[in-house]
Design a protein around this ligand. Sequence first.
Ligand code: ADP
Ligand code: MG
Length: 261
Amino acid sequence: MTNTVMKTTSFHDDPLRLADIAVEIAAMNKWYGEFHVLRDIDLTVRRGERIVICGPSGSGKSTMIRCINRLEEHQSGKIVVDGIELSNDLKKIEEVRREVGMVFQHFNLFPHLTILENCTLAPIWVRKVPEREARDLAMHFLEKVRIPDQAHKYPGQLSGGQQQRVAIARALCMKPRVMLFDEPTSALDPEMIKEVLDTMIALADEGMTMLCVTHEMGFAQAVADRVIFMDQGQIVEENEPRTFFGAPQSERTRMFLGQIL
Ligand code: ADP
Ligand code: MG
């Protein structure tokens, strides 16, 4: 009989199986013209993992997550999303974009479409979902973000917090496997921040793979498996929240946390 060694592996030292990886970024660099904006980025995100990315303004946070659905192009290294490596292959870019939902700081809803139409547009035209099914799906997610009663209004008739929840519902209607958030609450009035964070927490609880650029450190402490600190185009430090906040390793992280906490 062979000896079976029972080993408790933590989330991070568990060897990664390829199928368990949602996003892999390896030795990735990006320039804007002469400006080297992302330097040697390595980041592997496992399915179901919740990552919070923070760092000073201009450190490259938006650029990095925009590279994941090819809103920005990287020049070296590799980015693999759900097993698909991003290159100039347009079919692959489309494939990745179908799997990746994105929520921006400024909602980016279509102002001339109703809330319901905002949510059904991409499923109907990109995923080829029949209209009726797309409407049912949209209502399901609008209920989830707790605004089904706003379905027939236009974005301009909603508060910022409501619009951002619509943006989240709209992304979910595409049944993404990964959700990217770029400072989703930083354009909101304080009283609306919580309703959006609560929606994101509910999503995290359901096991969605999430990469969130945010300075909401309460959110990071509540849901993040890992917090990443970026500065000057590099990942300077990453750790699980308790260590990240309790015992930051680098001076730059300490300074940053000192400014925002
Ligand atoms: P963050 O989201 O951390 O604030 P960004 O990723 O938006 O940082 O920007 C990183 C750096 O790249 C900044 O110095 C910014 O001015 C620059 N940058 C962003 N977008 C562009 C662009 N399209 N062209 C040139 N420089 C850019
Ligand atoms: Mg940004």
